[in-house]
Design a protein around this ligand. Structure first.
Ligand SMILES: [Zn+2]
Length: 114
């Protein structure tokens, strides 16, 4: 099955493009490359058997935690995003939407290359 592509000029394309173009470039970079998790972590005890392990993104300041047992089983995890990282009002982004973010980033990268 062919991947869905958003038509340039469609309402959804324009909405995603405009919202992505307004994001700080660090946020856009993390959305495209993935987060740049620090090597340093903070460990908070939750119970005798379970700890919450925190790492920060060095680029966008997102924070991730994972809850690990003493035996290393992962019981839970979450990422806390900085304000404005998630684009409000656009709902869950599909693959085709993320393609548009990459197109925005490419335009920015090209503009900064000279
Ligand atoms: Zn990040």
């Amino acid at each position: 099955m062919a991947a869905k592509i958003r038509r340039r000029g469609s309402d959804r394309y324009n909405a995603i493009y405009q919202a992505a173009a307004k994001l700080p470039v660090e946020y856009l970079r993390c959305r495209i490359r993935g987060h740049k998790w620090s090597d340093e972590e903070t460990v908070d005890p939750l119970t005798l058997n379970e700890s919450r392990v925190w790492v920060d993104c060095e680029r966008c300041e997102a924070q991730r935690y994972q809850d690990w047992t003493l035996r290393g089983q992962q019981k839970g995890s979450a990422i806390i995003y900085p304000k404005g990282y998630l684009i409000a009002d656009l709902g869950v982004l599909e693959t085709a939407d993320r393609d548009i973010m990459r197109a925005v980033y490419l335009d920015i990268a090209k503009a900064h290359q000279k």
